[in-house]
Design a protein around this ligand. Structure first.
Ligand code: FES
Length: 74
C-alpha cells in the first residue's frame, strides 16, 4: 500500500518531489560522478532533483530566501 502524502504545509520544505515516498533519500558514489564538480539541489524546487537545475534562483527571488546547491567534487 502506498500512502499519499499531503503537500508541504506549515514547516514543510518539499512541495512536490517524490511525495509518494515516506522519505526522499539518494546515494551517490563520488567516483561515479561524470563531472569534476556536481551541484546537488537543497531547495527542493529542481526539475532534475537531486541535481540542481538553477531553480533556487527563482525561489530566492520570490521568497527572499538564500538557498543554493551542495557542490560535490569528484
Ligand atoms: Fe535547488 Fe539549485 S535548484 S539548489
Amino acid at each position: 500500500m502506498v500512502a499519499v502524502r499531503a503537500e508541504a504545509g506549515v514547516g514543510g520544505i518539499n512541495p512536490s518531489i517524490r511525495k509518494e515516498e515516506a522519505k526522499v533519500v539518494d546515494t551517490v558514489l563520488a567516483e561515479e560522478l561524470s563531472k569534476p564538480l556536481t551541484p546537488y539541489c537543497r531547495c527542493w524546487r529542481s526539475g532534475t532533483f537531486p541535481l540542481c537545475d538553477g531553480s533556487h534562483a527563482k525561489h530566492n527571488k520570490e521568497t527572499g530566501d538564500n538557498v543554493g546547491p551542495l557542490l560535490v567534487k569528484k
